[in-house]
Design a protein around this ligand. Structure first.
Ligand SMILES: NC(=O)C1=CN([C@@H]2O[C@H](COP(=O)(O)OP(=O)(O)OC[C@H]3O[C@@H](n4cnc5c(N)ncnc54)[C@H](OP(=O)(O)O)[C@@H]3O)[C@@H](O)[C@H]2O)C=CC1
Ligand SMILES: CCCCCCCCCCCCCCCC(=O)[C@@H](N)CO
Length: 798
């Protein structure tokens, strides 16, 4: 009775409530003895089964005759746990055990896990799924990293279980898997915490994830009534403190006041908690508390929750407010007393186990490369008043997820991508910080690798390698620009634009074969394409000599074996770009001339004749062909200066300037050059790490062949025009573009890849919409509306 007294509950009330509780529980025993969750011969899948309560549950269920599938990330620990589970089996000859390594915080992890489990289980889904995997990062809400920790806790605790529950329910509830209402129900078990019922200071990053879980579980408890022929029972376990490896980890960031208050609920061993939880599950409870206080808390929050027992729950429910009357007064008084004694939490970081400094260093440590808005300003200077410090921390962190994009857009459209990337960096750093909290503080050798893995998963939510979708830098934007009355096209876009224009014109022509009013230039395209085999296809861009593709021979890489990479040297591409004999004199020019070229040089003003007698201008030309595109163009290129259409840099060359600014001016005006430090180029955040090596023999070209969705969508937009297939794919410019994209994507880290994908998706959407608009417009412009059927007819006739 020590606890209630410390909580300020008068003894009579404490004994009274306990007596009532015990009487009711004892009473319960008489009218509910059936085992509602037999496990013998059933298959149980448990996430978070390699340590702590999950591991104990796995062992105990094995001892009751279950087949068990353990899920966690770390294979070494899974193997150890698996051995323990096997050793506990009641009939080792018939029971089967396995593990699956998976990270529950990965989006879409669960369906693969369930598929693997079903395959292992002879085609049958597990009968019981218990989501135990979880983590906790206790922090005061204004502590550094609390928001990042909250996201991470949500990803693991809530989404980890949410995804799993969805994957298994889609199996269980499949009409094909009907068992009828009388069949033994499946069991879906969530693991929350008493902190989902009763909040205490310091669990801001954690409690909501468990509250969310409860919200989901109760929703499902009702939703499952929709499937009387696929009976499934939902349960939620509400442990209090479990003495587990997880507890050790969370204690490293736990505020001292939290440590103090949670002493009210005595810690239990994982085995005890698992045993009580299984007992509750066998009693058929929805709401599975595993301690006295846990049960009281449960009765205090019932609301519309399913009842374990209407009589007990109702009576205790009446009692709990009276208990809370004392408990809450006591707890809050203690927190206030704590504050009086220890002062503002921000100033007591050093004196206690508060994580202030270590958290900050975690963030810095796990950060890669550039500084960002989370880490840049560093810890607040000492000597500020505590309120300012707290305000600083809070404002600072909120800012990280709160960019004023519209304003930025107004100020400088070119900065949008940069800004978005900064946002992602912030998130990456935040996730990294959380990841470090999650695992890096563990003592074992896995820590580092896990932190890395976690960090990656924070950076990039996608699973597996990114699809082989090239980053079509700028191209789609230019197509868009071309589609509307937009700004003039820039890098690499003109040939693509032309191709698309041709295709659209072909389409238009097919639709309106007798249309008279044609621009001569367009007309020419049409006549050229109309009856030609795609590989003989040749186009003449009179307005764009610099972008000439060279001879028809060069335009037909499709005739080469696909495995053979088509890589030209920079010098060859310079020639292909329309620059004749060049004096290659300087060392840089000589070196670049031999390097694999990345692109054709396209002039902003095609008619302009460049002075290539100047040695550095040849360097600039070669650099433009051989270099890497700057992530964000320099100010000059952004404004449209310089001879060529894109901003290209060569790592460590041209004093850091881009090729355009090197031309004629030796880089003097280039904003990359401002530091006058050649090394600065590679470090400039706007520039990707340059990786020009290794294109020869690169499989890049093979990836060029499977049509990029962008191209496919145009192919299909052709609506059946015969030669749409080979049109774009055989274009060397496109192949260069794909090769370059390969280089860029290989060099990109996960966060950048995600952004690349987002960018692509955004552009594709835009493209689709604009094309759709154009299609509609062109149909309207034609001699009256043309019904779709007729168009098809015309096509097939063409
Ligand atoms: N300890 C406590 O005081 C309390 C804990 N709880 C909850 O009870 C459950 C068990 O806690 P506890 O016994 O402390 O567990 P531990 O923290 O000791 O063990 C966690 C288990 O989950 C696995 N896991 C963690 N993160 C992931 C992930 N991202 N993907 C897959 N598996 C993961 C771990 O393996 P690996 O790291 O290899 O992936 C390990 O097997 C958790 O949900 C926890 O939130 C509730 C109340 C109190
Ligand atoms: C009628 C109700 C009376 C209420 C008394 C309140 C006493 C406070 C006990 C708080 C216990 C906190 C355990 C945290 C477990 C957990 O989930 C973390 N370890 C995270 O892993």
């Amino acid at each position: 009775m020590d606890t209630p007294q410390r909580l300020g509950i008068p003894l009579p009330i404490a004994t009274g409530s306990l007596g009532l509780f015990v009487a009711l529980i004892v009473g319960m025993r008489f009218w509910g003895r059936k085992n509602h969750m037999p496990v013998e011969g059933r298959t149980v899948l448990i996430t978070g089964a390699s340590e702590g309560m999950g591991r104990s549950a796995a062992i105990q269920l094995a001892a009751k005759g279950a087949n068990v599938i353990l899920v966690a990330r770390n294979v070494g620990r899974l193997e150890e746990a698996l051995a323990d589970v096997k050793a506990a089996a009641s009939s080792p000859s018939t029971q089967r055990f396995t593990y699956i390594s998976a990270d529950v915080s990965e989006p879409d992890y669960a369906s693969a896990v369930i598929a693997e489990a079903i395959a292992w289980n002879g085609g049958r889904s597990p009968d019981i799924v218990w989501c135990v995997a979880g983590m906790s990062t206790p922090l005061l809400w204004t502590d550094d990293g609390a928001l990042a920790a909250a996201r991470r806790n949500m990803d693991v605790n809530y989404f980890g279980s949410a995804e799993m529950s969805r994957a298994i329910l889609r199996e269980w509830l499949d009409p094909a898997n009907r068992t009828g209402p009388e069949a033994e129900p499946k069991h879906l078990i969530f693991t929350a915490s008493v902190l989902a019922l009763f909040a205490i200071v310091g669990y801001g990053p954690y409690s909501p994830s468990k509250w969310a879980l409860r919200g989901l579980a109760e929703t499902l408890a009702m939703e499952l009534n929709l499937y009387p022929d696929n009976p499934v029972k939902v349960h939620v376990v509400y442990p209090a403190t479990i003495v587990s490896p997880g507890l050790e980890r969370e204690n490293k960031t736990k505020p001292a006041i939290t440590v103090e208050l949670e002493k009210e609920e005595p810690p239990e061993s994982p085995d005890t908690v698992a045993r009580r939880a299984i007992a509750g599950l066998e009693r058929g409870e929805f709401f599975v508390p595993v301690s006295f206080l846990g049960n009281l808390m449960r009765c205090g929050v019932m609301g519309g929750s399913p009842r374990n027992n209407w009589v007990v729950d109702t009576l205790l429910g009446w009692l709990v407010p009276i208990i809370y009357f004392f408990v809450l007064r006591s707890l809050n008084a203690r927190v206030r007393a704590w504050a009086r004694k220890h002062g503002h939490p921000a100033t007591t970081a050093k004196a206690t186990s508060r994580p202030g400094t270590s958290m900050t260093s975690s963030v810095i440590r796990s950060q890669r490369g550039r500084s960002n808005k989370v880490t840049k300003p560093g810890p607040p200077p000492r000597g500020r008043n505590p309120r300012q410090v707290a305000a600083h921390l809070a404002a600072h962190e909120d800012h990280a997820h709160n960019h004023g994009l519209p304003d930025d857009l107004k100020a400088d459209p070119g900065s949008v991508f940069d800004d978005v990337r900064m946002g992602a960096d912030d998130y990456a750093a935040a996730a990294a910080a959380a990841a470090v909290m999650d695992t890096d503080l563990t003592e074992d050798a896995h820590g580092e690798a896990e932190a890395e893995a976690d960090m990656d998963d924070g950076n990039a939510t996608g699973t597996g390698p990114p699809p082989a979708m090239p980053h079509v830098d700028l191209t789609a934007a230019n197509i868009l620009a071309n589609g509307g009355a937009g700004p003039p096209a820039t890098a690499m876009s003109q040939p693509v634009q032309d191709q698309l224009q041709e295709m659209q014109q072909n389409l238009a022509h097919a639709q309106h074969a007798h249309q008279q009013h044609q621009h001569p230039h367009q007309h020419q395209h049409q006549h050229q394409h109309q009856h030609q085999h795609p590989h003989q296809h040749q186009h003449q861009h009179q307005h764009q000599p610099a972008a000439q593709m060279g001879t028809p021979q060069q335009m037909q890489p499709g005739h080469q074996p696909m495995e053979q990479p088509m890589v030209k040297t920079t010098e060859e591409l310079a020639r292909d770009s329309g620059y004749g004999e060049l004096n290659i004199e300087s060392a840089l020019a000589k070196r670049l001339a031999r390097e694999p070229g990345q692109r054709l040089a396209q002039q902003r003003r095609p008619e302009q004749v460049l002075n290539l007698a100047r040695r550095s201008n040849v360097e600039a030309l070669f650099a433009h062909i051989a270099g890497e595109p700057a992530r964000v163009p320099c100010k000059n290129c952004h404004k449209g200066h310089g001879p060529w259409t894109s901003c290209i840099v060569v790592d460590g060359q041209m004093c850091g300037s881009c090729a355009n600014c090197w031309f004629n001016a030796s880089g003097a005006r280039c904003s990359f050059h401002e530091t006058r430090n050649p090394q600065g180029v590679a470090q400039h955040p706007a520039i990707l790490p340059a990786t020009t090596a290794g294109l020869a023999g690169d499989a890049a070209y093979r990836f060029a062949a499977p049509a990029h969705p962008l191209l496919q969508s145009h192919g299909s937009a052709m609506g059946g025009v015969a030669h749409s297939g080979g049109l774009l794919i055989n274009n060397p410019v496109l192949q260069q573009m794909v090769n370059r994209a390969m280089v860029e994507v290989r060099a990109a880290d996960k966060a950048t890849r995600q952004l690349i994908q987002i960018e692509i998706a955004a552009k594709q959407l835009a493209l689709q919409i604009v094309e759709c608009e154009e299609m509609v417009n062109s149909q309207e412009q034609a001699s009256g509306p043309v019904p779709g059927q007729q168009v098809m007819g015309d096509d097939s006739g063409a």
